[in-house]
Design a protein around this ligand. Structure first.
Ligand code: NAD
Length: 436
């Protein structure tokens, strides 16, 4: 089939590449000229494991192309995917200007029947808005489908190629049949393609993300309470998670959820509730608790150094909002960096993939270390913000000889309490006793 993808970011590029992998002819469109030039020169503009191999293979096979021209995209594709940003607006709602702006231009340029597929995460009713905006510009027949994306950054290629489910929100039999045909190669193992109305599909995505954010936040509150009563959250987590009704995943406590999706999606669902005369009290609490959790290490660090961080130097391991991505959008690390800089501390930072992005954000206010051990030279304490695997089994002797003080504030509970105690570290983590 001929496919166009409008918006070639984390979702659009993975969608385009994976659809090319199953034999479709894909044209990816982006407004960012330098990004398009990079891709035309064979460079993947984001870090996403395994994407480079598929990207290269499909470009070579002439199935994957790039352009900045929306009209070219409309000309090419029978199915037009919208993978555009839906960032948080000032009032917490999802900013639909990218989606509706492109929809208007589609209306102006459309020449024959197209299926417009919304892959961006959007509030209930957006399909109707897209339909309305296009219809104002044209009499040409078209269908609008809601097809929310559930891929996880860091596992995006795998998630796209072997999805647990595909949700299609459509009231058109013709469009549904095309979508089922397109996705058939991805569900050979028997996972379902779930067809529903557009509104339910749109809400499914927000409900899923908000539930996961709530699960993480609930566990963070249990962790905070563990510290008050001398319990160990890692033991509680295992005790709870073995109940199959609860499940083991998304129970790891830490310094809050971040990323380009959970924070904005929880807020957008909350705002959607308000707009429809419904108060999501549970989401209000999730937002509040997570905001506090992101900075939970700050008062501890402050207290340890007698509320005087001026002239202190801290090392930070992990900057991406989670491992296996270079994405720093809403990353807890950024909140910690800002708070420590404000208190007059100097910071040396390291991340295996997110260095460029963090440098774009913080410029020369930080020292960018060459590797994880370089970060620890002459620092007063080490702060761990992201649970990259390489941080899990460090050479503690090397750390001790590099650091001014053997002090670790761990926002991701990477180490065994006994182990770090035996190594002679002061070790503060989340929901467990502080060892000394
Ligand atoms: P992104 O910011 O990485 O990519 C968006 C791309 O759209 C950018 O490359 C940008 O240059 C381009 N763009 C902006 N305006 C354009 C226009 N007028 N024409 C063409 N291109 C344009 O965003 P993303 O992370 O891929 O997210 C896209 C959508 O998918 C969002 O709604 C997001 O909530 C949703 N989503 C994201 C993820 C994720 O893990 N990142 C997962 C599921 C759903």
């Amino acid at each position: 089939m001929k496919i166009s993808v409008i918006g070639t970011g984390y979702v659009g590029l993975v969608t385009g590449t994976c659809l090319a992998e199953t034999g479709n002819e894909v044209l990816c469109i982006d407004i960012d000229q330098s990004k398009v030039e990079q891709m035309q020169n064979g460079v993947v503009p984001i870090y996403e494991p395994h994407l480079d191999i598929l990207f290269e293979r499909n470009i070579k096979a002439n199935r994957l192309k790039f352009s900045t021209s929306l009209n070219e995209g409309l000309d090419h594709g029978d199915i037009i995917f919208l993978a555009l940003p839906t960032p948080e607006d000032e009032d917490g709602s999802a900013d639909l200007s990218y989606v509706l702006g492109v929809a208007k231009n589609i209306g102006k340029a459309i020449q024959n029947y197209k299926v417009i597929v919304d892959k961006s995460t959007v509030p209930v009713g957006t399909s109707d808005k897209v339909r309305e905006v296009i219809s104002k510009e044209t009499d040409v027949e078209f269908d609008v489908v809601s097809n929310p994306e559930f891929l996880r950054e860091g596992f995006a290629v795998d998630d796209f190629l072997k999805p647990e489910r595909i949700v299609i929100g459509s009231s058109s039999e013709k469009a549904t049949a095309l979508m089922k045909k397109l996705y058939k190669p991805f569900v050979r193992s028997g996972n379902p393609i779930i067809v529903m109305d557009e509104r339910s599909a749109e809400l499914t995505k927000y409900a899923a993300n908000s539930f996961l954010a709530t699960k993480i936040t609930f566990m963070n509150e249990i962790a905070n309470f563990c510290e008050k009563v001398g319990a160990d959250v890692d033991k509680v987590r295992v005790g709870m998670g073995t109940d199959s009704r609860i499940g083991k995943r998304f129970l790891f406590p830490g310094i809050g959820y971040g990323g380009s999706c959970f924070p904005k999606d929880v807020k957008a669902l909350f705002k959607s509730g308000q707009d429809n005369d419904y108060e999501f009290n549970i989401l209000k609490s999730v937002i509040e608790v997570n905001d506090t959790q992101k900075k939970i290490l700050i008062p501890r660090i402050d207290a340890y150094f007698n509320h005087d961080l001026k002239g202190k130097t801290f090392g930070i391991w992990g900057l991406a909002f989670k491992p296996e991505t270079d994405d720093i959008r809403e990353a807890p690390s950024a909140y910690i960096i800002e708070a420590l800089l404000k208190k007059g501390a100097a910071l040396k930072v390291f991340d295996p993939e997110a260095m460029q992005n963090i440098e774009k954000k913080f410029g020369d206010t930080l020292t960018y270390a060459k590797n994880m051990y370089d970060t620890t030279k002459d620092i007063d304490a080490l702060i761990i913000c992201t649970e990259w695997s390489i941080f899990r089994t460090p050479d503690f002797d090397k750390l001790k000889s590099n650091m001014k003080n053997p002090v670790i504030f761990d926002g991701r509970n990477l180490y065994d309490l006994e182990d770090v105690k035996n190594e002679g570290f002061y070790y503060s983590s989340i929901g467990r006793n502080t060892t000394n």
